[in-house]
Ligand binder design. Sequence first.
Ligand code: ACO
Length: 325
Amino acid sequence: MARYSRITGTGSYLPPDRITNDQLAARLAECGVETSDAWIFARTGIRARHFAAPDVASSDLASEAARRALDAAGLMPSSIDLIIVATSTPDMIFPSVACIVQDKLGIHGCAAFDLQAVCSGFVYALTVADAMIKSGSASRALVIGAEVFSRILDFSDRTTCVLFGDGAGAVVLEASDKPGLLASDLHADGKHVGILCVPGHVSGGGVLGRALLTMDGKAVFKLAVSVLESSARTVLQKAELSEADIDWLIPHQANIRIMESTARKLNVPLDKLVVTVDEHGNTSAASIPLALDVAVRGGKVRLGDTVLLEGVGGGFTWGAILLDF
Ligand code: ACO
């Protein structure tokens, strides 16, 4: 019998500290940086984001999101045999956030590793978990996106610090005889490394170079809009479905203008576009599983719906997944 993978539970977690645009603008003004709710909302669709407390790490957010996904799937942590965490803001250089999450959940012995593809990380991680399940090397996976991007923001740079937030989202992906993950499509083009990066690195016990996020916003915007359309068309073609079959479009939540432009190019009505960027900001690898969980718990995404997930981010990386949810 053919072996496939299906999502059987979703979960998410946001740190409690919710910062509105007005609150962020007031904090930045104290350091002489000028911005406003009107500018941020008009250019990005963001109204608020959550920031983790200084002693909270990606693994804390990831563990809570994972517990909620396990509850939704009705599973004990001990039944998990694979953990993949997509993150660009790990607790430590090593070991991986996945190993720390494994310990926090009280699981022992299963495969656990991190995957780094920045804002496309969750789409990459879900594709890898699907392939491992199909090959028989795993049966029940936790796939998590978790970030504390607030740690790598330059709060003197108003063009980037207003865009990002912290959070985590998780899914349980289980082996099934019915296809859940219908098609996936992954890409990267390293020639664009410099348009979105944190160039600093650790050497000899110190940090060499700038360990804060740097972005050419216009270049990212242009690339994102073009690659998201082509990747969506590729997965639809692979699954032999059409634009009209999409029940829900869940793109990486970076900017409402990029998301609406993608929806329009794919002829997806805006009421089928799941939007959480207004409340979460851009949570990088966490944004797609966070938005999926919000849509599931809010009664939008239901069993059997056709859901298109789309990621795009630093690398440059991008990709799409089509789900029979
Ligand atoms: N508050 C007030 N004014 C600002 C702010 C701010 N936070 N940031 C920039 N400005 C000013 C600029 O200084 C500039 O002023 P000037 O005309 O006097 O020089 C003016 O606003 C316009 O700035 P632009 O950079 O041209 O603004 P733009 O319309 O390009 O919007 C933005 C910037 C929102 C970053 C946009 O380029 C964008 O969304 N890019 C996509 C990048 C993205 O979403 N990245 C997220 C991470 S990548 C990923 O996840 C895929």
